[in-house]
Design a protein around this ligand. Structure first.
Ligand SMILES: [Zn+2]
Ligand SMILES: [Zn+2]
Length: 270
């Protein structure tokens, strides 16, 4: 039985149980994150499984959204993509229960887990062990992996081809290793799973690229320009972001172009 409390309650990151747990979570101590008013608190997956479930919602026949209910930590979703060459889990949740394992196995299991960025690493080693699959994390974010398991594979370069035309694209910005998954089959010009790499606004008419979203810290101007130009080179018309309201099913490239034009005007004024 797991007794050590090694999961940060604010961000859901699970630290290695066989090493000393840090006094303060490095993810939440970073400029891009925060602590709640009660400060650093810890739990573990054994405790979480007593009180939390995973809600699975079909977004379309080959795409499912997984979310912890009631909400825990950052409240992100993981996306389960069903693909003929093998299923992919994009990002992760701090809880994994048997019902979810059974559901994913009923769909053919996982061929890989891949990540947008370190805020969503959660308890990835438990997921990877359950499905005996590799975990793809860009090498630029290696310093944020605090619980490195045998399944983690650091990838390098700008683009990593997977299968069925699916690629992981390193974008940077929010984190140097921030990435997105491009899926060619879900929409006419391709869909991007973005995590926090691109952040769809609540009214779905704007897309942000920021160093920190909760703390409203912009990117450095040169990095912002580099990120914008990098995304402009990718073909897409749909975005599935890191949170449940962030489904932009059409016109996403035009919304991105209009959004970043405002960014660039603002930078010119400054
Ligand atoms: Zn944390
Ligand atoms: Zn983030």
């Amino acid at each position: 039985m797991e007794l050590i409390k090694n999961t940060c309650c604010t961000c859901g990151t699970q630290f290695a149980a066989n090493k000393p747990i840090p006094e303060l979570c490095p993810i939440c101590s970073d400029d891009r994150q925060y602590f709640l008013d009660e400060g650093q608190t810890w739990t573990n997956t054994t405790e979480l499984l007593k009180t939390h479930q995973i809600n699975i919602r079909e977004l379309n026949p080959s795409l499912f959204e997984l979310q912890i209910t009631p909400q825990f930590a950052l409240g992100q979703r993981a996306l389960l993509l069903l693909s003929p060459g093998g299923n992919i889990l994009w990002d992760c949740l701090p809880v994994l229960n048997q019902e979810t394992i059974d559901f994913i196995r009923s769909k053919g299991g996982l061929k890989a887990i891949a990540f947008s960025h370190p805020h969503f690493y959660s308890n990835v080693n438990q997921w990877a062990a359950a499905f005996d699959c590799p975990v793809y994390i860009h090498e630029h974010d290696e310093q944020w992996v605090f619980n490195s398991g045998q399944n983690i594979r650091f990838w390098t370069g700008e683009s990593k081809p997977l299968w069925d035309g699916i690629t992981i694209e390193n974008i940077g910005g929010h984190f140097p290793g921030s990435s997105l998954l491009r899926v060619p089959t879900l929409s006419a010009h391709g869909s991007l799973f973005t995590g926090d790499t691109l952040y769809v606004s609540k009214n779905k008419k704007n897309i942000a690229v920021m160093y920190s979203y909760p703390n409203y810290i912009p990117l450095q101007a040169d990095e912002q320009t580099r990120v914008i130009n990098r995304v402009k080179r990718i073909d897409f018309n749909a975005i599935y972001g890191g949170f449940e309201w962030q489904n932009l099913l059409e016109d996403a490239k035009n919304i991105f172009t209009a959004s970043v034009a405002r960014y660039q005007q603002a930078v010119e004024v400054i």
